[in-house]
Ligand binder design. Structure first.
Ligand SMILES: [Zn+2]
Length: 406
């Protein structure tokens, strides 16, 4: 433990000041990537970090880094961060919490005139949510080598607007290369977006990894026919097959403690109430922390689909393998939490985060704080100041642990 501590009230005020940018009537935030509101949020962040003497760096994906120099020019920085963009009807804390914790840490160091050994940087990654420019985590994804710069800048909205053009429009297209920037360690504080910490009465969770995700496009064929004149035994009804498959998909996850399965989108053709559906397309999202178990879930989905309808096509369109975070970062967070008087629990993240892609190129880890009823991606998303302060304090101590000489 050091004699440096965060100012929980100041962090709380800053979080709420930021939440005024893109504030919605229902108490949430709409700061969708590369809109004017996102620009305003970025401008505010830049103003705050420049005030305390940080240098601002911007890469070609618009990832924004605030840097406070360290005493040892040979050391790579300890980087804290997350994202300032939100869902269209998002909450105040998803992403913003991590960036504002980073800012609070910079302010603590500035107030104390404390020079860490390693430099400290705070990053806001571009387009984490992917709500306007799918896929999600694009800025950190290019940084971590998952996507090329061309893919990142070429991401388009449904109306064909390019991410690269919007970056230029809002003035956040940087000149530095995206990727290759030295990162000694990366820490991402985030709200849990799930109910586990709250249920366990814990203010802080040490995130050991992120569950693996597989996405599928499923297509089921039937035969269009008249709803009134076609007897039940003469139908080939794609909707009924789809219903059976949805139910079976639910069972695949329920057979496992840590399994998850979701059918989020369903479309049928011709989409007429008095015509038997000729085809149904649906999406499937499967998740599990263990890659082997996730691969068994994959096999079961394929088998079940072909048992229900031999002509069904199940195409996997995305695989994000389970992530195990860096042991040194996880340990620094765990020790700092214990020494700060919180008995943390280990937790596996159910959602993807920027730390997943950063972890490919640098030692990374995450810390969670609870959010009320686990609710997120919702304007009602809510946290309490005690947890906000706890997460920031643990992050500060972990950063100091990692930034000083071994
Ligand atoms: Zn987030």
């Amino acid at each position: 433990m050091t004699d440096l501590h965060v100012d929980g009230q100041r962090l709380w005020r800053t979080l709420h000041e930021l939440a005024e940018i893109g504030a919605t009537d229902a108490g949430g935030v709409a700061r969708v990537a590369l809109t004017d509101a996102d620009k305003a949020g970025r401008d505010q962040f830049v103003e705050w970090v420049v005030e305390i003497g940080c240098a601002v760096h911007l890469d070609r994906m618009g990832n924004l880094f605030a840097r406070r120099e360290g005493a040892d020019p040979e050391r790579d920085p300890v980087v804290i961060g997350s994202h300032l963009d939100s869902q269209p009807t998002g909450g105040k804390f998803d992403g913003a919490y991590g960036v504002m914790v980073g800012l609070e840490i910079l302010r603590v160091l500035d107030d104390a005139g404390h020079r860490t050994n390693a430099p400290i940087e705070v990053v806001s990654w571009t387009n984490e949510e992917g709500a306007r420019f799918p896929p999600a985590m694009l800025g950190s994804g290019v940084f971590g080598g998952e996507f090329s710069l061309e893919e990142g800048l070429g991401a388009v909205t449904t109306d064909g607007t390019k991410l690269g053009d919007e970056l230029v429009r809002i003035g956040y297209s940087g000149t530095e290369p995206c990727g290759g920037r030295p990162v000694g360690y990366y820490l991402e504080p985030h709200i849990e977006q799930g109910p586990i910490l709250e249920a366990n009465g814990k203010p802080v969770g040490v995130v050991t990894g992120v569950q693996g995700i597989r996405w599928y496009d499923v297509s089921i064929k039937g035969f269009e026919s008249h709803a009134g004149t076609t007897p039940m035994d003469r139908r080939s009804d794609a909707m009924v097959s789809a219903a059976n498959l949805i139910s079976a998909t639910d069972d695949i996850a329920k057979a496992r403690v840590d399994g998850r399965s979701t059918v989020g989108v369903i479309t049928s053709m011709p989409g007429s109430r008095n015509t038997v559906a000729g085809s149904v397309n649906l999406t499937v999202d499967l998740r599990h922390p263990d890659p082997d178990e996730l691969s068994r879930m994959h096999d079961e989905l394929i088998e079940t689909a072909s048992a229900i309808d031999p002509s069904a096509s199940v195409e996997q369109i995305w695989y994000s393998p389970p992530v195990v975070f860096n042991a040194s970062v996880v340990e620094a967070i765990r020790k700092s939490a214990a020494e700060s008087g919180f008995e943390p629990i280990d937790i596996v993240s159910g959602a993807g985060h920027d730390a997943v892609y950063v972890n490919r190129v640098a030692p990374a880890g995450m810390l969670f704080i609870p959010c009320e009823e686990g609710l997120s991606h919702n304007e009602a998303e809510s946290i309490v100041i005690e947890h906000s302060t706890a997460g920031a304090e643990v992050t500060l101590q972990a950063v100091l642990r990692l930034a000083e000489p071994a």
